[in-house]
Design a protein around this ligand. Structure first.
Ligand code: AHM
Ligand code: MG
Length: 335
């Protein structure tokens, strides 16, 4: 009825963070303000994407190549800028690091008091944009630990347990934000009629097993034997469906709610696979672990990995605990 609908509409993102921290301390307000700025960036990216065929700078490439050696899409650049702008003059974040920037980006006006670093992938799955398919943004918040004047961000080269908050925004048939501050996983849907992320589901739990396996089978002959054996085994089992959208966020969103596994293994000449630890694998590992699932590189838990560089990559096996355990038996050569 009306009261229930009103209660739901008022459970906005910033309010939810405060209520989950159970305190009204300065830290709690900071984190709530931070999440609401991330939400603001998500709304702006969502608005731009929804007009992609109508505005100048949304479709196609810029002509530049990023630090990863990939062609920069106009939308990658736009979304990267939006996340930076959202934190200017915020007093919250002194430094941002993203897939699109070789080095961390400082917001000097925030540095005297800004105690957090934001790591993000502004547009995950950007090859989907020109096809009008789902894409995402991934974010991770860490405590700023001193200033690293060298610009190498050496203090960021720490494991994923150091994340204070992490999550993603999925720009799909609706725009959703899923986050964790270490107190479970909660999902929000953007209500475009009044421009707020409104609570959809609290304490999301990933099923311990699910029907989906999500891997780019085009790489079949570039994988190691044990991954090929695993996929052949799955092909012979009843009840599995392959789903691979080209956007990690969309694939993991399905798996988070319905169960299953996403895999991006190492390949010939690319033993660490494709996905970057600090702003792709680690935040998603934080989230999925908080929901009761697992994430491993095949050698160690993703959250335990200490990266060598800002843009380090790792293989990724993430999802339902039983499905991750199954692939591990193949990785160990037991099956
Ligand atoms: P991006 O952030 O540059 O778009 O790259 C990450 C994306 C993931 O979302 C997706 O799962 C993967 O790259 C797809 O790569 P591939 O085409 O090699 O399967
Ligand atoms: Mg990405």
């Amino acid at each position: 009825d009306q009261e229930i609908a009103l209660g739901r509409d008022f459970t906005t993102l910033s309010r939810h963070v405060l209520s989950h921290l159970g305190s009204y301390s300065a830290d709690a307000y900071d984190l709530s303000a931070l999440m609401s700025r991330i939400g603001l960036a998500g709304k702006m990216v969502s608005r731009h994407l929804s007009r992609a065929g109508l505005v100048e700078d949304a479709l196609g490439v810029t002509g530049e190549v990023n630090v990863q050696g990939e062609a920069v899409k106009k939308m990658d650049q736009y979304a990267n800028r939006i996340f930076i702008r959202a934190f200017e003059q915020s007093g919250l974040v002194c430094r941002l690091a993203s897939e699109e920037m070789e080095k961390p980006y400082y917001l000097p006006e925030n540095c005297p008091i800004g105690r957090y670093t934001l790591l993000f992938d502004p547009i995950d799955g950007s090859s989907n944009i020109d096809a009008n398919l789902a894409v995402g943004s991934i974010f991770s918040v860490r405590q700023q630990e001193g200033l690293d004047e060298s610009g190498e961000a050496l203090d960021l080269l720490q494991n994923g347990h150091k994340q204070i908050a992490a999550g993603y925004i999925l720009y799909g048939s609706s725009t959703m934000l899923v986050y964790s501050i270490g107190k479970g996983v909660h999902s929000f849907t953007l209500d475009p009629s009044f421009g707020e992320f409104v609570l959809s589901q609290e304490h999301v739990r990933i099923p311990s097993h699910g029907p989906t396996y999500s891997i780019n089978e085009g790489n079949f002959w570039q994988w190691e034997d044990n991954i090929r054996e695993y996929v052949r085994y799955i092909h012979r089992q009843p009840g599995y469906s392959a789903r691979y959208s080209g956007a990690l966020v969309a694939d993991i969103h399905r798996i988070l709610f319905q169960g299953g596994i996403f895999l991006y293994p190492g390949m010939v000449g690319h033993l660490d696979g494709k996905l970057r630890l600090l702003y792709e694998s680690a935040p998603l590992a934080f989230l999925v672990t908080q929901a009761g699932g697992r994430a491993t590189t095949g050698k160690q838990e993703v959250l335990d990995v200490v990266p060598q560089k800002l843009h380090s990559r790792t293989p990724l096996f993430i999802g339902s605990s039983e499905d991750v355990a199954l692939v591990e038996t193949f990785l160990r050569g037991e099956k």
